[in-house]
Each structure stands twice: as C-alpha cells, then as structure tokens.
Design a protein around this ligand. Structure first.
Ligand code: SAM
Length: 212
C-alpha cells in the first residue's frame, strides 16, 4: 500500500514554481508572472484545485490564482499541476483575511468562492468567506465591473450569504437554489470537488453571482 506522505508539504510548497512565495511583492503587477496581460480570476479556498485546473485549461486567456490556507491541501494541487502543467494558473498559500495585502485596488476581475467553510457558530460569522467583513475586502480588490460567484450546498451558509449582500453594498445578478436544474446558470458549470461529492449525495447546489 502506498502511504500518503503529507509531512513534507511545507518543503514541497517552498520549492514549487507553481506557488507564489512572496505574494505581497506582486501587488499591482500580477500579470508580470504570466508574461502577458489578461484578466485575473481567483478562487479563495480552492482546496485541491480541481475547479481552477479545469477552468484554466478551458480559458487560456484568463490568468487564475488559487488561494488556499492549508499546506497539506495545497500540496495536492501542486501534485496535480506537476502531472498537467497549466501556464495560466498559480497558487498562493495564505489566509484570505490578508487578501488586500496581495492584490491592488481593482486588480481582480472575478472571485470564486466554492463550498466555503460554514463556521456555524454565530461568534465565527466574520470568518465566513461570504460575510460582510470579507465582502468589504473583496470590494477593494475587485474591478468596478467585477463579479463574485459563490456556490455551496449548505442552506444556512447560503441564507447567511444572501443576507450579507445588501448591507455590504452589493447586488444580486443571478441566484438559484438548484444549480444543476437551472437551465441558465448550469450552462458551462464547472464542478468543484465538493460539488461533485455533495450533489452525488442528492444535495441541491445553491449559487449566487453578485456585483456592485
Ligand atoms: N473550493 C473547493 C471545492 O469546492 O471543492 C474546496 C472546498 S473546502 C470545503 C474549503 C477550503 O477553503 C479548504 O481547503 C480550506 O482550507 C479553505 N479555506 C477556508 N478558509 C480559508 C481562508 N480564510 N483562506 C484561505 N483558504 C481558506
């Protein structure tokens, strides 16, 4: 049996050319690392990176950056990139709380939040990635015509996220409580790892797209 070795994940990350190691130094000049200009789309809490790898393969003229807090999870994304390198995708290991240190005003064209951790306790609400505290951070880095796309199967988190939109100064462009049966929003949908897992269990998938 092949044992999974995640003990060396920090070392692998430190040596990986797919990871941007001092992301704050790229603030305002992210396109330099890709050597051409293109819109920058990011996924916050990308997990093992499957969604972004599929998007990056399908859209070579968009630059993708995946943000993940945990080394052991990011390691899986790096391993996938080693098997199938994509020139328009790079990763950052960081807590998204510091996102404004890393991207300049309006530098990001789209933000994806997929199956974000629910943080069910009320006192942890501000840690939820679609919270008004995070929306205020996204407001700084997102282009004026930018969009946030959020998917989850968690009813409480989705209801919470919807309640945060207005007070944070955002508007709903599109919304569904059953993405896979929504003719319009399901067109071109790319499944995430968690989406595949939860939809195969019969859970409906919720999605919103917001702008301001
Ligand atoms: N987006 C993937 C998907 O849909 O398959 C993974 C979803 S997983 C439930 C949530 C991921 O977000 C975890 O890998 C977690 O470590 C990461 N995450 C949660 N909070 C984060 C934060 N503040 N900054 C960066 N990553 C975070």
């Amino acid at each position: 049996m092949r044992l999974r070795n995640v003990t060396g994940s920090r070392e692998v990350i430190a040596d990986s050319r797919f990871v941007i190691h001092e992301p704050e130094k790229q603030k305002g000049k992210w396109n330099e690392i890709f050597e051409k200009d293109a819109p920058i789309h990011i996924e916050i809490g990308m997990g093992k990176g499957r969604f972004l790898m599929d998007l990056a393969a399908a859209n070579p003229d968009i630059h993708y950056i995946g943000i993940e807090k945990y080394s052991t999870v990011l390691l899986r994304a790096i391993q996938k990139m080693e098997e199938n390198e994509l020139p328009n995708l790079r990763f950052i290991r960081m807590d998204a709380e510091d996102i404004c240190e890393v991207f300049d005003k309006g530098e990001v064209a789209r933000i994806y939040l997929n199956f974000s951790d629910p943080w069910p306790k009320d006192r942890h609400a501000k840690r939820r990635l679609p919270s008004r505290q995070f929306l205020a951070r996204y407001n700084q880095i997102l282009a004026a015509d930018g969009r946030i796309e959020f998917k989850t199967d968690n009813t409480d988190l989705f209801d919470f996220a919807l309640e945060e939109v207005g007070p944070a100064g955002w508007k709903i462009e599109a919304m569904t409580r059953d993405l896979h049966h929504d003719e319009k929003l399901s067109a071109g949908n790319i499944m995430t790892e968690y989406e595949e897992k939860f939809s195969s269990m019969g859970n409906p998938i919720y999605k919103y797209i917001i702008y301001r």
